[in-house]
Design a protein around this ligand. Structure first.
Ligand code: PAF
Length: 300
């Protein structure tokens, strides 16, 4: 795939002027779907794109490593940037699954100023939910995410946007932003896509040595074991949370393990219907996250 070539079905654009031209050629009423990514695409991203293409004739997929969501000592500089390979994967999916009638616009800006104008200082924050779970160790992360997602929504005006549920807290926060600001955008969360052994796919898995890759399974296996414990009421949920804290205390690679109400992201009270078990596990410089949602068990 030549990055310079514009096929009739897909287009790679590096600046927002190209989007404006592309948009002008479409009937004004054409709904656009948006799949925001930071690139280094894996099967999880491709399943979101597949879903978006199955539902829309025009899909925008963005590849933008957004510095605002990285803390000062995080991996912004080293984050894997694999544009050529990403474009091959995208166009392969488009051409094999949707050979006709679909248009894919890949937006991979070369400069952050294509997303945020020079001197920009505005930020979007949904508040306290950004400071719990992952936000404890990454206090500026979610404000960076909502700021870029809002900017992408403003640029592409999608009817629907797709995000992966591996980042459960991120999806929850984006949903809250959309509701709080009355944005006319439908959101869909795509199920977590896992490797053959159950490890949730993540661009950051590429950082793992083969030894760490094996140990990374601790995260998913622990969540699965905990998810098998029936939770029928608030006291079961409290007991589960206690067990999670004991696990975290036993190994300092755990950043957190928590159970929250899937509807509120807060500690479950008596009315919970669905719980989500979330964890973050650190292997050297690599931080992995995963989660499992479980229904309230029937009381015995
Ligand atoms: O989930 C991601 O890849 C990023 O946080 C997102 C939503 C593309 C914003 O940069």
């Amino acid at each position: 795939v030549s990055l310079e070539s514009n096929q009739s079905q897909w287009q790679l654009a590096k600046n927002k002027g190209e989007w404006q031209k592309f948009r002008e050629q479409l009937p004004a009423s054409t709904p656009v779907a948006l799949v925001p990514t930071m690139g280094n695409l894996h099967a999880g991203h491709l399943s979101l794109l597949d879903r978006a293409l199955s539902e829309h004739s025009v899909v925008v997929l963005t590849i933008f490593v957004n510095q605002l969501q990285f803390g000062p000592h995080e991996d912004f500089a080293n984050y894997p940037r694999t544009l050529e390979l990403d474009c091959q994967k995208l166009t392969h999916l488009l051409e094999t699954r949707y050979p006709q009638d679909k248009r894919l616009f890949i937006f991979a800006p070369t400069s952050p100023h294509e997303v945020f104008p020079e001197g920009h200082s505005s930020s979007i924050s949904v508040g306290p939910l950004t400071q719990i779970l992952c936000g404890i160790k990454r206090p500026i992360h979610f404000d960076g995410v909502t700021t870029v997602v809002y900017a992408l929504f403003a640029l592409f005006k999608p009817a629907k946007a797709y995000f992966g549920l591996k980042d459960f807290q991120q999806f929850f926060i984006i949903k809250k932003m959309v509701r709080d600001l009355s944005l006319p955008i439908e959101l869909e969360g795509g199920e977590i896509v896992r490797d053959h052994d159950g490890l949730a796919l993540s661009s950051r898995n590429a950082y793992l040595s083969s030894e760490d890759r094996l140990e990374a399974l601790t995260l998913m296996k622990t969540l699965r074991q905990l998810a098998a414990i029936p939770c029928a009421d608030e006291s079961d949920a409290k007991n589960l949370q206690w067990q999670m804290q004991e696990i975290v205390k036993s190994n300092d690679k755990w950043e957190y393990l928590e159970v929250v109400d899937a509807q509120t992201l807060l500690a479950p009270n008596s009315s919970f219907q669905e719980l989500v078990l979330l964890g973050a596990y650190r292997l050297g410089k690599t931080r992995l996250i995963d989660n499992i949602t479980i229904k309230r068990s029937k009381a015995c």
